[in-house]
Ligand binder design. Structure first.
Ligand code: SF4
Length: 265
């Protein structure tokens, strides 16, 4: 199947080039978070980088006493702590909603038992925490409305905890990651409202062992060079393999010189 082989080759080249460009600390040495914490980290992480998400997540830990204090705070209060993360209000509403849902179900902030349920069951259960109907019941209508508008966020968070906590193979796909993969020609016809289908197609071509590093590298690249507006293709290590980069760095054809007017005698 040549199409897959080409995609695999391009992904391998992308991985190698980005790893040289953005050396990452070894991810295994990072302390493993309990499942609920990883879920909340995923909310901070979507659409941004590890460093920016970790800074916001650390502020949550420092400035609130515990998860319960966050649950009973207003969206505004939590959003103020998350800033400068983009969409801080949306994320804050979502975090509060998840904490409400978990607390209502367990009367505690612990969903560690999901790890024993097997991947499929765990993923289903996690998706339930993001169900807008649950949030509606809890009186968080505003948050529920916003979350329903950004349905792909749900899939990102589920994929994130599958990859980081549950030992499954998933590539969390957010808008910046999809943008880079689309420009590289690895993803085609991305529907921003259905990133789940696109996620399935790249999970076939990225080996599980490379998943976490690949996720980090693409997010950094999306922030540093392959930005939404005016990607810096001339400085990109992928410019000779990336169709968008090739197009953007093409030298303009030299204009033919105007013929010299003949001298009149
Ligand atoms: S060459 Fe340009 S469009 Fe392609 S990945 Fe690099 S920055 Fe993005």
């Amino acid at each position: 199947m040549p199409a897959i082989t080409n995609k695999q080759q391009l992904l391998n080249q992308t991985y190698t080039a980005l790893k040289k460009r953005y050396p990452l600390p070894t991810l295994e040495t990072e302390q493993k978070r309990p499942l609920l914490e990883e879920l909340i980290f995923a909310i901070c992480r979507e659409g941004t980088t590890h460093v920016d998400a970790a800074a916001a997540y650390d502020r949550l830990h420092k400035l609130f006493v515990d998860w319960n204090e966050i649950r009973v705070s207003t969206v505004q209060e939590v959003a103020d702590v998350l800033r400068p993360l983009p969409n801080a209000g949306l994320r804050a509403g979502w975090i509060i909603g998840v904490l409400h849902a978990v607390f209502e179900m367990n009367y505690a902030y612990d969903i560690g038992d999901l790890e024993k349920k097997g991947l499929k069951q765990a993923a289903k259960q996690i998706a339930r925490y993001f169900d807008s109907k649950d949030l509606d019941k809890l009186g968080l209508k505003q948050a529920a409305k916003q979350i329903a508008r950004f349905k792909q966020v749900n899939d990102y968070a589920v994929a994130w905890v599958m990859q980081r906590s549950l030992g499954g193979h998933a590539i969390p796909l957010d808008t910046p990651t999809a943008r880079v993969l689309q420009r590289l020609g690895i993803l085609e016809d991305v529907d921003p409202d259905d990133l789940e289908s696109s996620r399935g197609s790249i999970e076939h071509v990225i080996p599980k062992a490379r998943g976490p590093e690949f996720t980090e590298l693409i997010s950094i690249h999306a922030k540093e060079l392959c930005t939404e507006k005016d990607p810096n293709c001339p400085a990109c290590p992928l410019k000779s393999d990336c169709p968008t980069g090739i197009e953007n760095t093409k030298k303009p054809e030299k204009e033919k010189p105007e013929p010299k007017p003949k001298k009149s005698r």
